[in-house]
Design a protein around this ligand. Structure first.
Ligand code: HEM
Length: 436
C-alpha cells in the first residue's frame, strides 16, 4: 500500500488520549507506542524545497488518503493551537524570518500529507488590529459574531491559530513540541527555529484544542458527557452522530474557496467553532428513521437510502439529486421535520457548496463536542451557509420550531466562534494587512 491509501487503521484509544493530554510526557509515550516495535509507523520526511509545496496552505486534498469511492479522507488526529504575538507594536522582519524558518523546518521534518503532517497558520482580526492599515475587502475577513438567534458564543481573540493534522497522533504532538521550542528536532530533522521565540502559547482550553475523526475513534471515546452510557456508537462511524460526512460532491473545491485577488490571493479564510453535542435524545428517543430524516432529509429516511454510517451513498449525500432542497416546504408539511443536509445544500452558488468542511470530534472538557473548522473564500460564505442551517424561515410551519424538528439543531450547541485569515504560503509569517 502507498502512503496515501486508506489504511483502515485499527483502534488507537491510547494515541487519541495522548493527543488530548499533550506535553512532553504524552509525546514520549506516544512515540514509544507508534514509532517503535514491530508495527512501528515510518513517518515520511518532507521537502527542503518550499517551492515544491502548493501556494495555498489549505491545499490538502491531493495529499490526503481517499476511500473506495474517491472521497478525500480527513487526517485522523487534530490539534488547534492558539498563539499570541509576544512583542510590542508590530512584528519585525527578523521575527517574520524566525516564523518562516520554523514552519519550513516542519515541512522538512514531515511529508505534506496525511501520513506526515498537514498544517495551516491563520491570523485573527485581533492580530491585524495592531497595524495602522486595514485589511482589504478582498481578504474576505470579518469579526466573529453570533450566527443564530439562539446562541451566545465566546469569541476567539488570540492573534493566530495553528491547525495541525495527521493520521499519527505522535506527529501532531511532536510538531507541537517542536513549534513551542521544547524539542530541537522533529522526525529526526533539526528545527532551525521555533515559534516560542515570537509567540506565547496559552496552555489550557481553548488555547489548546484537540480532536479526531475517522471510523472507530468516536466509538472508542464515547465515555464522555453528552453521550448516553448504554449506547454503542457505530464502529464504522467517523463522527459521534453516527454518519459519515464530507462527500466529494458536497464539498466546495479548493479552487472555489481560494481568494482570487488582492494581496492574499491564493489564501482562504477559516472559521473555527466549538459545538457541544448532547446526544441523549438522538440516541435514546429517536429511531433511525428520524435521525436519517433530521441529518439528511425525510425522503432519504422513508426510502431507506442511508445504510449504516452512509458509506453506501458513494460520493454524494444524494440530497440535491433527490430534489430534497426544493421539497423542503412539502417535507415540513408532510413529515413535520426537515433535514440538516437539505437546508445547508440551499446555500450553494453555481451548484457548489460555499465551504470545505474539515471538522473533527473532540472530548475537550470531557464533553462530546465537535470543532467545526471550515475554509471558504470569505467569512460571509460561512455565514450564509450557517444561516441556511438555521432554517429560521421554516418555523412558519407549525411543527418546525427554531430548534425542534429542524435538522440537528436540537442536539448541537455552539460555544465558541473564531475567524482567521489563512494567507498564501508566501505571506504566512506574521503578515501585514497589505503585504507586497
Ligand atoms: C455536529 C455537527 C454536524 C454534523 C454531525 C454534520 C453532518 C453532516 C452530514 C452527515 C452531512 C451530509 C453528508 C455530506 O454532505 O457530507 C452534512 C452536510 C453539510 N453540512 Fe453538516 N454537520 C454538522 C454541522 C454543520 C455546520 C455547523 C455547518 C455549517 C454551517 C454544516 C454545513 C454543511 C454543509 C454545507 C453540507 C453539505 C450541503 C451540500 O451538499 O451542499 N454542517 N453535514
Amino acid at each position: 500500500m502507498t502512503a496515501r491509501d486508506n489504511r483502515g487503521i485499527p483502534r488507537r484509544e491510547f494515541v487519541k488520549s495522548a493527543v488530548a493530554i499533550g506535553g512532553t510526557a504524552a509525546l514520549a509515550a506516544c512515540l514509544d507506542r507508534e514509532r517503535s516495535g514491530d508495527d512501528a509507523a515510518a513517518i515520511p520526511t518532507g521537502t527542503d524545497d518550499p517551492t515544491s509545496l502548493p501556494r495555498g496552505q489549505h491545499s490538502w486534498n491531493e495529499f490526503l488518503a481517499t476511500d473506495a469511492h474517491g472521497n478525500d479522507v480527513a487526517p485522523r488526529h487534530h490539534l488547534l493551537l492558539s498563539l499570541d504575538y509576544a512583542g510590542d507594536g508590530t512584528p519585525s522582519s527578523d521575527e517574520r524570518e524566525t516564523v518562516e524558518v520554523a514552519l519550513q523546518s516542519l515541512e522538512r521534518a514531515f511529508e505534506w500529507s496525511n501520513e506526515g503532517l498537514l498544517f495551516t497558520v491563520g491570523y485573527s482580526p485581533a492580530y491585524f488590529a495592531r497595524f495602522d492599515d486595514e485589511l482589504p475587502d478582498s481578504a474576505g475577513m470579518a469579526d466573529p459574531k453570533a450566527l443564530s438567534p439562539f446562541e451566545e458564543p465566546e469569541f476567539d481573540t488570540n492573534d493566530a491559530v495553528v491547525h495541525l493534522a495527521s493520521d499519527h497522533g505522535s506527529v501532531v504532538l511532536e510538531a507541537e513540541e517542536a513549534l513551542k521550542g521544547s524539542r530541537d528536532e522533529a522526525n529526526g530533522v533539526e528545527m532551525d527555529a521555533h515559534l516560542g521565540d515570537v509567540f506565547d502559547f496559552p496552555d489550557d482550553f481553548p488555547g489548546r484544542r484537540t480532536g479526531f475523526v475517522g471510523a472507530g475513534l468516536p466509538a472508542e471515546h464515547q465515555d464522555v458527557a453528552g453521550i448516553p452510557d448504554d449506547v454503542d456508537i457505530d464502529e464504522e462511524s467517523p463522527l459521534f452522530m453516527g454518519f459519515k460526512s464530507g462527500f466529494k460532491k458536497n464539498q466546495a473545491s479548493e479552487d472555489f474557496v481560494t481568494i482570487p485577488d488582492g494581496p492574499f490571493a491564493g489564501g482562504t479564510t477559516q472559521h473555527v467553532s466549538r459545538i457541544r453535542l448532547r446526544l441523549d435524545d438522538w440516541y435514546t428517543e429517536n429511531d433511525r428513521e428520524e435521525n436519517v430524516a433530521k441529518m439528511f432529509c425525510p425522503a432519504h429516511a422513508k426510502e431507506g437510502k442511508v445504510e449504516g454510517a452512509g458509506d453506501n451513498l458513494g460520493t454524494s449525500s444524494g440530497v440535491e439529486e433527490a430534489g430534497c432542497v426544493e421539497s423542503i416546504d412539502d417535507d415540513a408539511r408532510n413529515y413535520g421535520k426537515i433535514g440538516h443536509t437539505q437546508k445547508t445544500a440551499a446555500a450553494r452558488e453555481d451548484g457548489s457548496p460555499l465551504i470545505i468542511r474539515r471538522d473533527f470530534d473532540s472530548t475537550d472538557k470531557d464533553e462530546a463536542g465537535l470543532h467545526f473548522l471550515a475554509v471558504q473564500r470569505s467569512i460571509a460564505d460561512f455565514e450564509k451557509t450557517r444561516e441556511a442551517m438555521n432554517g429560521t424561515d421554516q418555523t412558519k410551519h407549525p411543527t418546525i420550531r427554531q430548534r425542534v424538528n429542524n435538522g440537528i439543531l436540537e442536539y448541537t450547541f455552539v460555544k465558541r466562534r473564531g475567524n482567521f485569515l489563512l494567507p498564501p504560503r508566501a505571506h504566512r509569517a506574521l503578515p501585514e494587512p497589505n503585504p507586497q
